[in-house]
Design a protein around this ligand. Structure first.
Ligand code: ATP
Length: 195
């Protein structure tokens, strides 16, 4: 059966960057966040539930109003929990179908809040990507035009990096992109040897 490498790390650490390096080596990659966004935009059932939870402003011009929802859930943990209860089963079903069709020896599943969800036992290996806090803030500010306060408030809802590292099979300190690429290749070779 296809093995699964869980890829996680705090906001701006470089998960997507690392995922694309695995993809470039031929490893199938599943991005739970992207699939969640797709389902929130495309599934009529989910749309109905989100409008019931957040009101009609949850969608704008037919598309999910992400900044509006983000604003609400960071203020209200109950709403965040309910949102997760709506989205996660739908993404889980989509992922199971996707995984069942994979033929490569292993796949990468990117999950930003893997540990926060208590999802460790769904993976054969876990890789945490880290980077210095200030670099992560700078990168996200540049990428998303967010303020440092906004990035910090997201970080507050995520586990401490040190705790994630302790619970991981592999760690990449994503500072120098060339070194990161080399480390991805090494992890890839190790995994293919182990499985
Ligand atoms: P998020 O949790 O917000 O989805 P992420 O962990 O997936 O973020 P990326 O999107 O891969 O992180 O990286 C964040 C930003 O930092 C991107 O714009 C990316 O191009 C840049 N970046 C990634 N790695 C490095 C690096 N080693 N040096 C400089 N910039 C980098």
């Amino acid at each position: 059966m296809t093995k699964v490498l869980g890829l996680t790390g705090g906001i701006g650490s470089g998960k997507t960057t690392v995922a694309s390096l695995f993809f470039a080596l031929g490893v199938p990659v599943y991005n739970a966040d992207n699939e969640a966004k797709k389902l929130m935009n495309e599934s009529p059932k989910i749309r109905t539930k989100l409008i019931a939870l957040f009101g009609v402003n949850a969608y704008s011009n037919g598309l999910l109003n992400r900044s509006y929802i983000a604003q609400l859930v960071f203020k209200d943990k109950n709403k965040l929990d309910t949102l997760n209860q709506i989205i996660h089963p739908a993404v889980a079903a989509h992922y199971s179908t996707w995984l069942a069709t994979q033929t490569y020896p292993y796949v990468v599943k990117e999950v930003a809040i893997l540990f926060e969800l208590g999802a460790e036992n769904q993976f054969d290996f876990i890789l945490t990507v880290t980077a210095p806090k200030q670099s992560r803030i700078d990168r996200v500010m540049q990428r998303d035009a967010k303020t440092s306060e906004e990035v910090l408030s997201i970080m507050k809802n995520q586990w401490d990096e040190a705790l994630k590292i302790k619970k991981s099979d592999f760690v990449i300190h994503n500072i120098d992109t060339q070194l990161t690429a080399k480390e991805v290749e090494e992890i890839h070779v190790k995994i293919l040897k182990i499985i």
